[in-house]
Design a protein around this ligand. Structure first.
Ligand SMILES: C[S@@+](CC[C@H](N)C(=O)[O-])C[C@H]1O[C@@H](n2cnc3c(N)ncnc32)[C@H](O)[C@@H]1O
Length: 233
């Protein structure tokens, strides 16, 4: 469903474009984020939630697919502002319901969700708080310091590290923090897709990007922080 009113759009086709969506789908199919997805599933399975789960900025539905396998009894929803992403998500994970919508104006009732998941996507804390039921959980997954540091070092003159993920979200309490780190072996195609699906595709020097893709990179560091918050009951 497309639930994004045109007066809420800042461009004709907001969000990730079809090329980025396709690149991310190939990276996910290659298993590049599987260890992090396994940690995400472990976090959510331990909560014994039975109610609806929302994936904010769900992209092409990789995490909804993983969650559907792990928590088949839970209703799953995904929203993303990109039409291309939602179209692919609906095909890849028919068990979930997807909508083109903004994370800043969620088309969901107050206190309707047991879990909100956010993986590298923009979000609005007040909206998260509004749609979570009392005692509901919010899992925020962000890149941690060191994530893709080898790519950053080759693209920027003065590469900046990812900062530590935040521990405060107004109205929610941090109940658990964890970190997932692992090396990822790359071939030329996977490296190209990894660069295409991220802001690296547009930032940094074009010549450096072209050299990186030409010279290849056998391995990169993957590092994520998982912060689990809970709404008061
Ligand atoms: C870095 S991608 C992450 C996608 C997915 N969570 C994943 O990890 O595979 C960020 C996603 O947020 C979406 N996005 C950007 N702005 C958004 C907004 N205002 N509301 C909802 N989604 C948005 C993009 O279209 C893109 O799919």
């Amino acid at each position: 469903m497309n639930l994004l009113p045109s007066n809420r759009k800042r461009s004709a086709n907001p969000g990730d474009n079809p090329q980025m969506v396709a690149a991310r789908a190939r990276v996910h199919t290659a298993g590049a984020y599987a260890p992090m997805a396994a940690a995400m599933v472990a976090e959510l399975s331990a909560l014994s939630v039975a109610g609806p789960v929302l994936d904010l900025g769900c992209g092409e539905g990789y995490y909804c697919g993983v969650l559907n396998q792990a928590l088949p009894a839970c209703a799953l929803y995904g929203v993303d502002i990109s039409r291309a992403a939602v179209r692919l998500a609906a095909r890849r994970c028919p068990a979930a319901d997807f909508a083109v919508a903004s994370a800043f104006h969620l088309p969901l009732p107050d206190a309707s969700l047991d879990v909100v998941l956010r993986v590298f996507a923009p979000s609005d804390d007040a909206e998260v708080l509004r749609v979570l039921r009392p005692a509901g959980f919010y899992l925020e997954i962000c890149p941690a310091p060191g994530h893709l540091k080898e790519v950053r070092a080759r693209l920027y003159d003065t590469p900046r590290e990812h900062v530590e993920a935040r521990e405060d979200v107004q109205g929610l309490q941090l109940v658990k923090r964890s970190r997932v780190q692992y090396p990822l072996a790359l071939d030329a195609e996977l490296l190209s897709d990894l660069v295409s699906m991220t802001p690296f595709a547009f930032r940094g020097h074009r010549e450096k990007r072209e050299r990186l893709l030409r010279e290849a990179l056998p391995e990169v560091s993957m590092a994520f922080s998982l912060h689990l918050f809970q709404k008061a009951s």
